[in-house]
Write a protein that binds this ligand. Structure first.
Ligand SMILES: Cc1cc2nc3c(=O)[nH]c(=O)nc-3n(C[C@H](O)[C@H](O)[C@H](O)COP(=O)(O)OP(=O)(O)OC[C@H]3O[C@@H](n4cnc5c(N)ncnc54)[C@H](O)[C@@H]3O)c2cc1C
Length: 476
């Protein structure tokens, strides 16, 4: 048994920061290396995919995995979730009928019921009967006539503002409302940083870039740069959570792995609108075509985050690249790395944000008055293997002391942490009883005001509206 094992985690995105939190709460000696100045600063996340209903192309098994994993994430970071539902509308011109979604929604409702039977603390997406609701055109026409509800509670109340603003004649029916909530990355960053700071066995090295890793028979020697000085330290176990740069660490160790890397962006606007809370609204569409899905995500203060799955908005020509025989690290064009490392030119921000607003305006004409509120939220992410539709993915193990975090959606972090825990038990670093542990002291006891204040300072440092540090519908 080696209970004093030293574990290194490279990368403090949601995967690495959450692994650090999970494993240090289990008592392990953790060192986290993050090259940026704060945690969870990579590609954004705004939607908790509790059922994968935004992805018509994925199979039922992935939807069930996303449902279960989202419930786990919600229980781990409850203060980072915006508890408002999502409207899923299908435009008339879309070739897929919304009725094709119904069997899957019903299956997800049953799976949710089973999860609650296994553990009643899983009942975090309202009751199974309220997991989703269908609306006919007549229902929406009737809701449109009702007065808006400032702080909606029931699904119908949430739907009123959507019914008043969507072009109802341009939609197929039924329109769906589902309990898929918002995720606030600034609050995740704040929660993880505050909780890790309280754990004496977690050493968080920000502004520390890992430049080389050498593996000998029993240890990893990690070289890193901090304040223009090179340092090195040895560890018993390595967790590679470097996000789209996971392949760079693989390359340092001469390990072969197939993966994709994709650069994407979303846009932040402010809109003078009726002062009521909004649900998220999705207008389905064929990804990569000019009719790609449009996504409208509400934040406090009239701010909205927009995605449009077309090459002019969220996706980019040549934005998806794959690894090759010589390197496990897919190489993005310099233009994307420049955006990640140095930011965007203001003219491109204006152009793409205007296109995002226009894309939404097709279905919500009043939205045309929305204005740019900040730079976009963007970044590159990895997808293990070459299936670009993969959404539920967690971690892979190359040898008995090397884990590679390969999440595609934020929700997969607890399944990822469980799989790593299993390996650490095999090595004798943890007791059997650690497996599946959900008993977390530091993360669940954080004070909401402390999180908001930290999240505001993160927004300020990253130059996003301070209002985005809060959620409209906090955990009650
Ligand atoms: C536009 C867009 C929208 C998205 N929306 C959603 C959403 O709504 N919901 C959802 O669940 N997911 C969403 N995703 C996916 C989500 O952002 C990713 O799954 C998630 O951020 C991956 O987390 P990660 O920790 O694996 O990687 P990252 O967040 O990329 O973290 C990796 C970290 O490693 C650090 N690092 C890398 N190399 C080194 C090194 N050598 N030394 C030290 N540090 C290093 C990096 O600085 C970075 O902080 C979206 C992605 C994009 C691009």
């Amino acid at each position: 048994m080696k209970k004093d094992a030293k574990i290194a985690i490279v990368g403090g995105g949601i995967a690495g920061a959450s692994a650090a939190l999970y494993l240090s709460e289990l008592g392990l000696d953790i060192t986290l290396f993050e090259k940026e100045s704060s945690l969870v600063s990579g590609p954004p996340m705004c939607h908790l995919h509790a059922g994968g209903n935004l992805y018509r192309e994925i199979d039922d098994a992935q939807c069930v995995a996303l449902l279960k994993q989202s419930i786990e994430l919600l229980r781990f970071y409850p203060q980072a979730v915006d508890f408002r539902p999502t409207v899923i509308a299908t435009p008339l011109e879309d070739p897929q009928a919304p009725t094709e979604l119904l069997a899957r929604l019903e299956m997800l409702k049953e799976e949710y019921t089973k999860l609650i039977t296994q553990d009643e603390a899983n009942a975090v997406l309202k009751t199974p009967q309220e997991y989703y609701k269908l609306y006919s055109k007549e229902d929406l026409l009737a809701l449109k006539e009702r007065p808006s509800v400032k702080k909606p509670k029931e699904l119908d109340e949430w739907m009123i503002v959507a019914a008043k603003n969507m072009e109802l004649d341009k939609l197929q029916y039924p329109v769906v409302m589902v309990q898929e909530y918002g995720l606030n990355m600034f609050r995740i960053s704040a929660s993880a940083s505050l909780a890790l700071a309280k754990l004496p066995n977690a050493k968080i090295l920000t502004n520390s870039s890992v430049t080389n890793v050498i593996c000998d028979e029993s240890q990893f020697n990690i070289e890193y740069e901090h304040e223009q000085q090179t340092h090195s330290e040895t560890f018993d176990y390595l967790i590679n959570a470097a996000g789209f740069r996971t392949g760079e660490i693989d390359d340092m160790l001469s390990l072969k792995r197939k993966r994709l890397v994709e650069f994407k962006a979303s846009y932040v606007v402010q809109w003078e609108r009726e002062d009521v809370l909004w649900p998220e609204i999705i207008f389905h569409g064929q990804r990569g075509t000019p009719k790609g899905m449009a996504q409208f995500t509400p934040y406090p203060g009239g701010h909205f985050q927009l995605h449009g799955m077309t090459e002019d908005i969220t996706l980019f020509e040549n934005g998806l690249v794959e690894s090759c025989e010589e390197s496990s690290h897919p190489k993005l064009d310099a233009i994307f790395l420049q955006k990640i490392n140095r930011g965007w030119h203001s003219s491109i921000i204006e152009e793409r944000t205007a296109l995002a607003v226009e894309h939404l305006t097709q279905f919500m004409p009043n939205f045309k008055t929305a204005k740019i509120a900040s730079k976009p939220l963007y970044g590159a992410q990895q997808i293990p293997g070459y299936d670009k539709t993969l959404r539920a993915s967690e971690v892979s193990f190359e040898c008995d002391r090397y884990a590679r975090c390969e999440i595609v959606k934020a929700s997969s972090i607890l399944t990822m942490a469980d799989a790593i825990t299993k390996e650490l038990i095999k090595l004798g670093y943890l007791d059997e009883k650690a497996l599946g542990s959900r008993d977390f002291e530091f993360i669940t006891q954080l004070n909401p005001q402390e999180i908001t204040s930290k999240a505001k300072s993160i927004c300020e440092q990253r130059e996003y509206p301070l209002a985005m540090a809060e959620v409209n519908c906090p955990v009650s």
